[in-house]
Design a protein around this ligand. Sequence first.
Ligand SMILES: *Cc1c(COP(=O)(O)O)cnc(C)c1O
Length: 344
Amino acid sequence: METIEKANIDWSNLGFGYYKTDKRFYSNYKDGQWDEGCLTEDENITMNESAGVLQYAQTCFEGMKAYTTQDGKVVIFRPDMNAHRMYESAKRLEMPPYPVDKFVDAVCKVVKANLKYVPPYGTGASLYIRPFMFGSSPVMGVKPAEEYQFRVFVSPVGPYFKGGMKPLTLKISDFDRAAPNGTGHVKAGLNYAMSLHAIVTAHNEGYNENLYPDAKTRTKVEETGGANIFFVTKDNKIVTPKSSTILPSITRKSLLHVAKEYLGLEVVEREIYLTELSEFKECGLCGTAAVISPVGKIVDNGKEICFPTGMDSAGEISKKLYDTLTGIQYGKIKAPDGWIKVVD
Ligand SMILES: *Cc1c(COP(=O)(O)O)cnc(C)c1O
């Protein structure tokens, strides 16, 4: 790849927000098929006022990152996994799934068309990739739209941890995130719409995030609004909740592999009860945005569960997991086959 001139951006001071880049990809679904799709400079979408997405929230999305490795390559972390997940989300929302190989192709095209916005190695910043799909044709009665758009745009985002990995305080939410047999396991916009009131409430009360218990019994831990959770036992096992209403995080799946295959740790996926939280020695959230955010404290109806790692830094195992996975992402540690997609 020839060297390209980078955009004039103060990478280290970028936040996590929308930044308009040069090109985005879209493909329309009409008369029972997806068209070829193309890149465009137009960041606006014009659609009918009664579009499925506007009336009944028929939309799903994905999130992943591209970044520059130590040796100067631009890479994307496991985009095929996001493609498969979006395929499943679309099916659950009665939308026509976008083919997996075309998804990966589209994502690579958009990154390639916006190379000047891929932050340089060492800045801690990255290029966030947002594929999404929505019902674009008018509906009045409650039914799936007949036409859809699949679209991918990118936005440079800053380093997640600016002042070091500061542990979070979570609140066991009074609200529910995902009903049994509902849509908790797919990345549907509607899951986020209904979480906004809960997160604004939690922030107003001084918490960083909501930790949702299972909606049926409210006795087991599930996940936060936008990240999965894991715990470390006193004998260094990684424990993470098993439930059909959790969004299957690609970061979590990758971390479990790293724990087992790179760090030789035992990994257990099982139901985790609120009553056993005080027995763990470390806790962390995981997702694309931060990879791992350490958790220092969980508050359950006024009762504080404080992890022995405290409120100043991440635990030892969490740090090792973080360093190994980010090492793989930045090309410093050999990646498992198929994890790193080079954009060339
Ligand atoms: C996207 C998301 C995650 C994290 O998934 P990653 O693939 O690791 O980014 C976790 N929980 C919810 C509810 C999400 O929407």
